[in-house]
Design a binder for this molecule. Structure first.
Ligand SMILES: [Zn+2]
Length: 68
């Protein structure tokens, strides 16, 4: 089982997809992407809501069956 985060699932007009094996890996990649590509969005989130954002990102991560 691998995992994917689609930036579009956060209502962003963006085709970025972060793939990984764990929620931690995928959410870290998603935040690194947001910092690089959507710094304005990230900057609009109050610090006290960042923990909630992380939970939201993790809730959007999809489990993907590997098709061989
Ligand atoms: Zn994006």
């Amino acid at each position: 089982m691998s995992k994917e985060f689609h930036c579009r699932d956060m209502d962003m007009d963006c085709d970025f997809v972060m793939k990984g094996e764990t929620n931690e890996e995928v959410s870290a990649g998603a935040f690194a992407h947001a910092a690089a590509v959507h710094p304005d969005v990230l900057a609009s989130i109050p610090p006290e809501q960042m923990a909630g954002m992380q939970d939201l990102v993790i809730s959007k991560i999809r489990d993907v069956e590997k098709v061989l």
